[in-house]
Design a protein around this ligand. Structure first.
Ligand code: FAD
Length: 484
């Protein structure tokens, strides 16, 4: 079926804030819908008023939207902006500009899926066609299943299957789109389209501390190239040392789709093809495995939406968390008296990002040492992370709490040993805890600081004793397991 050129298409962007390597354009071409495409992004007040939104994340998203606005302009079209609930706003806008088709890319999050169902129904009730496609994953849910056709609940076999699946290559961005006429623009404004991109501050989110990488499509692509040129080749070794720039820091760009996953995958395959060294190839595969973790958690959330609300393992449904509010505050502020934990929490609070090794350390500390419900930590992370993402964050927290899909349920990190192994010279600790800079490495790594020294430096003494808490957690866990 060939459509006339005036066929108006509205492309609703959500976590796909780019134009290249965008599967919607493949869909539009496949269904011969034409190139009369305008974009829309909807600032949803229901999301913006939630209590798990990070100022850094909103500011990063606005930065990506700024870049996307420019990309549309360069192709001769525009990105329209709404500040309303999409259930009503998208339908009104589609009608106002005479769109016959609305296209978007699918999401795994339960709330997003419910919203999408409602928007689809509303559009179809006024005879506007809805087209959807998977974009944010290399393998879509349902593509990677066990021999009995079930979703995987263990990462190892998921990776084996996932890594063998064919991966799509990136789709080039169209060279020209058709924008709105002046009268259509006026109609768009009449239904509430914003005259310009608002700042994050206008929604009450103030962030001035920069980002792990600049927001937007071109910066993400540049960042990927830089990472593949060198750090990627040493990733297996460097990725565990928080003081080194050994990881990609692409998480926020991936979270908002400022870069397409196929582009990333292709870069890794090209890097493997151009390498003679086994070590470098191993590093690239290790990084690919991290991309697969991201997909594992997204598939898990898609098939088990109940993960968003609670633990996967039964032992944790009624777990007697102690939830001491003072301990929680100390953890949030980076004042537990465990230097590696405090350094990591200060990195999060000051930059909106935390190294993966440290995310595991602080999450283990909150749940196993402080015996605080992992959902408290999950929410605090979402309130602060620039890359905060329901699937990965929930997956990471459930992994750390031992409440999730994990074959090794009782992993308890010893913060001192973690620091000794991964921050050998205490550089990371010194960086984030300036009040302790002049202490020697042993004091910083073990946290054995005399009470007098702690007082003088205004640094707290340890709020709990790791070995005691470890035993305590174990016995609570045994009791919880008996009752299952
Ligand atoms: C308690 C906890 C909470 C977490 N919360 C989030 C979150 O909200 N958002 C988020 O993107 N990641 C989260 N992670 C995973 C991981 O820590 C970050 O993805 C990573 O630190 C981002 O840095 P990077 O881009 O340099 O990663 P790299 O090491 O360069 O990895 C490349 C990409 O792979 C993905 N990835 C890497 N490790 C993981 C992982 N363990 N799980 C899922 N995806 C992964 C990310 O998209 C990352 O950008 C969490 C981990 C833990 C333990």
């Amino acid at each position: 079926m060939t459509h006339s050129i005036s066929n108006r298409i509205l492309l609703w962007h959500r976590r796909d804030l780019r134009l290249s390597d965008h599967r919607a354009f493949e869909l539009i071409a496949r269904e011969q819908l034409g190139l009369n495409v305008v974009g829309v992004f909807c600032f949803d007040p229901q999301i913006l008023k939630r209590d798990d939104i990070a100022p850094a994340r909103v500011a990063f998203m606005v930065g990506c939207l700024n870049s996307l606005t420019e990309s549309y302009r360069q192709l001769g079209s525009e990105l329209l902006l709404l500040h309303t609930t999409p259930e009503t706003g998208i339908v009104q806008l589609a009608q106002a500009i005479g769109a016959q088709h609305v296209v978007w890319t699918k999401d795994v999050e339960p709330r997003a899926r419910e919203r999408d169902r409602q928007v689809k129904a509303a559009l179809e009730s006024v005879n506007i066609q809805v087209h959807t496609v998977w974009d944010q994953l290399l393998c879509e849910p349902g593509q990677v299943l066990t021999k009995t056709g079930k979703p995987y609940t263990v990462y190892g076999p998921f990776w084996k299957n996932w890594s063998r699946q064919p991966k799509l290559t990136p789709i080039p961005c169209p060279v020209q789109l058709q924008g709105l006429t002046e009268s259509e623009q006026a109609s768009a404004q009449r239904v509430g389209c914003l005259p310009q991109l608002p700042m994050a501050d206008e929604f009450g989110y103030h962030w001035r501390n920069g980002f792990p990488l600049e927001p937007g499509e071109s910066s993400a692509l540049e960042h990927l190239t830089g990472f593949c040129d060198r750090p990627l080749l040493n990733y297996a070794e460097a990725r565990d040392y928080p003081e080194q720039l050994g990881t990609s820091r692409l998480s926020a760009a991936l979270r908002f789709g400022a870069i397409g996953v196929r582009t990333i995958w292709q870069a890794t395959e090209e890097a493997i093809a151009s390498q003679n060294s086994d070590e470098a190839c191993h590093s690239i595969t290790v990084w690919q495995k991290e991309l697969a973790w991201r997909e594992f958690y997204q598939h898990a959330l898609y098939f088990f939406p109940e993960l968003a609300d609670g633990p996967y393992r039964k032992q944790f449904k009624q777990f007697p968390w102690e939830n001491n509010p003072d301990h929680f505050q100390a953890w949030c502020r980076g004042r537990t008296g465990y230097p590696i934990v405090d350094a990591a929490m200060r990195q999060l609070n000051e930059t909106g990002w935390m190294h993966n090794r440290c995310r595991m350390i602080v999450a283990s500390f909150l749940t196993k040492d402080l015996i605080i419900d992992w959902r408290w930590g999950e929410r605090y992370f979402m309130q602060n992370l620039v890359d905060g993402d329901l699937a990965s964050n929930n997956g990471g927290w459930q992994w750390s709490a031992s409440s999730g899909m994990d074959p090794k349920p009782l992993r308890i990190f010893n913060p001192t040993r973690q620091a000794q192994k991964f921050d050998v010279e205490a550089q990371y600790i010194r960086h984030w805890l300036p009040e302790l800079t002049s202490l020697d490495n042993t004091e910083l790594l073990t946290g054995n600081i005399t009470p007098l020294e702690s007082q003088y430096r205004h640094y707290p003494e340890p709020i709990v004793v790791h070995s005691n808490q470890r035993s305590r957690f174990k016995s609570l866990y045994m009791m919880a397991s008996v009752n299952v």
